[in-house]
Structure formats: C-alpha cells, structure tokens
Design a protein around this ligand. Structure first.
Ligand code: NAP
Ligand code: G4F
Length: 337
C-alpha cells in the first residue's frame, strides 16, 4: 500500500502538535487545517513541521472544509478542532455550539458530499466533560463507554452533539467514524489557559523570581490527568482497528488541583504553597464538574493501548519544561510554548 494521507483539524492545538509528530513518524503525508490569517502561526508551525501541507479552512465554513478534503483526499480525518476551554464556553455559548457541535457535522458532510464516505476514516475528539462528574452518576470503576452522560457546560453539551452525530453517520451511511472519549491530557504543549499549564508556568516563574503568586478558582475538583503524547497514540490506534467504535482513554486515577499544586511546588522545593496561591472568583464556573475518573479497559483490551506517563511524571515533566523555557538563555522545545 502507498503512503497514507491524514487531514488534521486543530493542528495548531496541543493534540494537533503531538499527532502531527506521530503521523509523520509513521510515514503519513500530513495535511493540517489552519484558520485565520496569521502568518506568524503558520510560520511557527511550519518551522517545527516543514513536511506538513497547511490548508486555510474553518469548521464554521462548510465550503472551506469541502475544499480541504478534496485537496488532501485523506485516508484518515482527525477532527481535533474545537472551542475547547470550558470556562470560555460559558461566556461564548453560541460560538461554542457552532464550532464544537455543528462543526463536527460540517466535517462529516465534507467527507460524505465529496464521495469519500467509504474511503475516509473519521476520528471525533469526544470528551469526559460529557459525563459531568456528579454524585448520582459516578461508577465505582470510573466512566466507560456505556456510562450516562450529563454534560455541565455549553462545551460539554456541544461535544455531546458531536459525539452523537458521529455515531449517527456511522449508523446511517456506514462511515468508518470513531469517537475517542478522552479524559484530561496535558503536557508541554498544553495551552497556558488550562489549569495544569497555568500552574506549571507560574511555579516556574515563581522559582525564577518573575512572578509572586498565581490566581486560581476552585481547587477541590478532581480530574483523571494523563500525558497528551500517550493519548494521540490511542487516537491513531482507534483508526487502525478493523471496525469503527468508541473508546475511553484515561489513566484510571483521579487527583485534585490541590494535589497537582503540591507536586508542582515540590519540584522547586516549596512544601507549603498556600502563600503563593490566591483565589480569584473569575476563574470559577457557573456549574462545575466535580470528579472525573475514567476506565480505559476497553481500549487496553481491544487496541492494546497503554499510557506510559503517570501523574507525578506528568507534573515533573511540565515543571521542568517551563523552568527550562523561562530560564535566561534557554529556547523553547519544538512548538511548545
Ligand atoms: P486546543 O489546544 O484548544 O486546540 C484547539 C484547536 O482548534 C486549535 O488548533 C484551534 O485553532 C482550533 N480551532 C478552534 N476553532 C476553530 C475553527 N472554527 N475552525 C478550525 N479550527 C478551529 O485543544 P486540544 O487540547 O489540543 O484538544 C483537541 C481536541 O480534543 C479538542 O476538540 C478538545 O475539545 C478535545 N479534547 C481535549 C481534551 C484535553 O484534555 N486536551 C480532552 C478531551 C477532548 P487556533 O490555533 O486557530 O485557535
Ligand atoms: O484545566 P481546565 O480548564 O480543564 P477542564 O475544564 O477539565 O477541561 C479540559 O479537559 C476536558 C476533558 O475532561 C476537555 F474536554 C476540555 O477541552 C479541556 O481540555 O480546568 C480543570 C479544573 C476545573 O475544575 C476548573 O474549574 O480546574 C479548575 N480551575 C481552577 N482554577 C481552573 C482554574 N481552570 C482554569 N482553566 N483556570 C483556573 O484558573
């Protein structure tokens, strides 16, 4: 078989960077959807991944997605693009619905309307935010592919639409369309607006005397936090499976933000971090997801997926990366900020 081609939306995001690296290593011809008009963003991306062909398109613009599919003629289409910040989704719910929800339909239609329903395998980036983490709906072994959904944000509700429209296109048109229900995954490419990276960036700055403290919202919520590099391997494994299906990727452990803070500050020799963390109501949400814990047994059994990085290893990697990045005379690693 000749070289496989892949089209990635959200290629400039955290997972887009990790997945691009993986697919290039696997010998794919990679095409990435880039939106907006920023030459800087394109240049930064192409500096790290010169072999990738970037196509200007937007999830909100169906015709641009059709053009992207025609140009790339992909064997695999990874739909990673979204408004992905939960807090932002409360402030911009309509844009979130259009992008994170209807955008998935636009992507599926671009495949179907260009006559590629039998050729192109589709991956949808579903999320553990669809479960909601409430007391009444918390299976002891963690959420799996059959658990109840109770989304708690405009983001979660929009993702639930994307999840079901993907399953619907699988059932209606026989498309190879799979959903990865991924629990939180982090790392050196994580956006600075998400809590883990906000903390490791601040801890690095505090250790270097560049910042005095960090302002955060609620510290009690718990998340099942893994490493993004492990999770994009799982996405790819899903599309190599003989049949389309849905899979949870998670670590099977849950930790509070307080625990993350303790490990992160310990990296710079601070045991009591209370003086460095200030509460700011602006970072709380109208509805919170209390506890997320995932059960990845199906992906482990059927795909042979394993996560390699554990929770302490994740925190250590992120703090070390940010200290190195911010230290005088040191440059950034790859495309990660
Ligand atoms: P991310 O870093 O926020 O990246 C989101 C990407 O979407 C960016 O490249 C962004 O482009 C692009 N995008 C936003 N609106 C767009 C539009 N209208 N048209 C085209 N592209 C658009 O997200 P991530 O952490 O890599 O996550 C990847 C996907 O997995 C997302 O769908 C997210 O919701 C989902 N997910 C993430 C996690 C997690 O823990 N990371 C867990 C479960 C599911 P710009 O660079 O132009 O802004
Ligand atoms: O880092 P977060 O913004 O991630 P969240 O809301 O769990 O969502 C992430 O994971 C989802 C998978 O479950 C993805 F689908 C989604 O796209 C995204 O990648 O917030 C984590 C927790 C929340 O409980 C939040 O309320 O941290 C709490 N938090 C406390 N202070 C904060 C802050 N979150 C952010 N972003 N910033 C704060 O200052």
């Amino acid at each position: 078989m000749g070289t496989k081609s892949a089209l990635i939306t959200g290629v400039t995001g955290q997972d887009g960077g990790h997945l691009t690296k993986l697919l290039l290593e696997e010998g794919y011809e990679v095409f990435g959807v880039i939106r907006g008009q920023s030459n800087l963003k394109k240049d930064v991306f192409l500096q790290e991944f010169p072999a990738v062909t970037l196509i200007e398109a937007d999830l909100l613009d169906s015709s641009s997605l059709i053009r992207a599919v025609e140009q790339s003629d992909p064997d695999e289409f990874y739909n990673l693009a979204a408004i992905s910040h939960v807090g932002y989704s409360f402030k911009n719910p309509t844009l979130t619905l259009d992008t994170t929800g209807r955008g998935v339909l636009n992507a599926l239609e671009a495949i179907r309307l260009t006559g590629r329903a039998e050729k192109t395998k589709f991956y949808q980036a579903s999320t553990s935010e669809m479960y909601g983490g409430l007391d009444y709906n918390r299976p002891g072994l963690g959420y799996d592919e059959n658990s109840l959904f109770h989304p708690r944000s405009p983001y979660g509700v929009a993702k639930l639409y994307g999840h079901w429209i993907t399953k619907n296109y699988r059932e209606s048109y026989g498309m190879y369309a799979s959903c990865g229900i991924l629990f939180n995954h982090e790392g050196e490419r994580r956006g600075l607006e998400f809590v883990t990276r906000k903390i490791t960036d601040a801890v690095a700055r505090i250790s270097l005397g560049l910042q005095d403290d960090v302002q955060l919202g609620d510290l009690w919520p718990k998340r099942d936090w893994g490493y993004a590099g492990d999770y994009v391997r799982g996405m790819w494994q899903m599309l190599q499976h003989p049949e389309p299906d849905d899979f949870v990727l998670a670590t099977g452990e849950t930790h509070s933000i307080e625990e993350f803070l303790t490990l992160a500050f310990a990296q710079i020799g601070i045991d009591d971090w209370s003086a460095y963390v200030k509460r700011n109501e602006n970072f709380t949400r109208p509805a919170e997801v209390d506890i997320l814990l995932g059960n990845p047994a199906k992906a482990e059994d059927m795909l042979g997926w394993r996560r390699e990085v554990d929770f302490p290893g994740l925190v250590e990697t992120m703090v070390r990366h940010d200290v190195a990045r911010l230290s005088p005379g040191r440059s950034t690693v790859g495309g990660a900020v």
